[in-house]
Design a binder for this molecule. Sequence first.
Ligand code: PHE
Length: 456
Amino acid sequence: MIAKNNRGNFGSKLGVILASAGSAVGLGNIWRFPYEAGDHGGAAFILIYIGCVLFFGIPIMVAEFSIGRHSRTNTARAYQILAPGTQWKWVGRMGVLAGFLILGYYSVVAGWTLDYIVQAATNGFAGQSADGFIGAFNGFVEHPWRPAFWMLVFMLMTHFIVVRGVEKGIERSAKIMMPMLFIILLVLAGCAISLPGAGNGLHFLLRPDFSKLNADALLSAMGQTFFSLSVGMGCLCTYASYFRKDVNLPKTALNVGLIDTSVAVLSGLIIFPAAFAVGIQPDAGPSLLFITLPNVFQQAFGGLPWLAVILSVMFYVLLALAALTSTISLHEVVTAYLHEEFNMTRRKAAILVTVGCSILGVLSSLSLGIGKELTVFGMTLFDFFDYLTAKIMLPLGGFFIAIFTGWYMDKRIVWKEVSNNGMLKMWIYRSWLFLLKFVAPIGIAFIFINELGLLK
Ligand code: PHE
């Protein structure tokens, strides 16, 4: 049964953009993007990434918006409404599962940011050596309960916002947190670029090294696109089910894509110049933000301890804010699904999600410490969830969403959603359909097949 009548709605167009951008902008931009770019050749990776955003990400986002707003229900049910009696519902269900799995490891990193806020605020980074930071980080993530504790705190913060509902919880929190995030980001980028020696970082970020672009880099850039834009798992489809009829879907998608990409590039502009300024290599992997950055703050501003404290607190608050608006959207996908499909109250649905994801979170957290030996396909549980969702489930979901909207869905409905019932002039409509029908599915399939090595 669908609780159709008392569904929430976003109150304003600004709220729609801030909430959707809040979902998109997250640890994906500030934590994941820099280390993926650092690992795969910097500017060359970024160029491929931007190509994926334009040709796959934004077009598929518009498709998700159309599916969600038309069906006005959770992402699994949406396919049942648009394609009754078919197997398309599995695309929606896979999305809900992906959301659940992502929240299960994402919340672990989100929890780290809280611990690092406390460390930064209590001047815990002062006087440490470069090796000290590495030891401190490894000691922290391997600790049996400290990271798990912060993960739980983060999960509870998410829970209480989601329980408050769409307008009072999700929209209002985005309206407060997103402007704060932008201000902090600009201040930090200004500081990083003005560091002596920062030029090498800019160089790295802006001068492409195409020799590193192999099949793996392509898959990483594509995975990063879907992950960073929150596309391919019905997250923005769920949000769109709360959009009003006058929201311009293509324009909203374009804005979200633009904001998300700018934040990723700006984060690169903070992290690489800062890392190079103190002589740290950019390919440190997932620990880049938690080892490199404290070190940078110490080395660059150690002479002005109060400034080092303020900037490092700002940085980890930025991360926590970005993460929170994203965990909210992940949580909402699963909560809306349970709430509407199993006819339970929102509160009960949210509690189930929080408990389930917390269990997953504890397991992923432990998989970096005492559970290190327990691997899946040679990866820790944490890395496995990241690989499975970002590099497989989301691009696969995106592939099917493109085909569903491009080939299967009734074009009268598609046109109605994209043009707001003929009210908007949509000169890009045909090109957009072409991207969905051909470019995105063929491109995604090519990258998958290339990665499997079948093209050699
Ligand atoms: N886009 C978010 C980020 O970049 C992560 C996310 C993925 C959120 C999928 C929702 C859905 O951090």
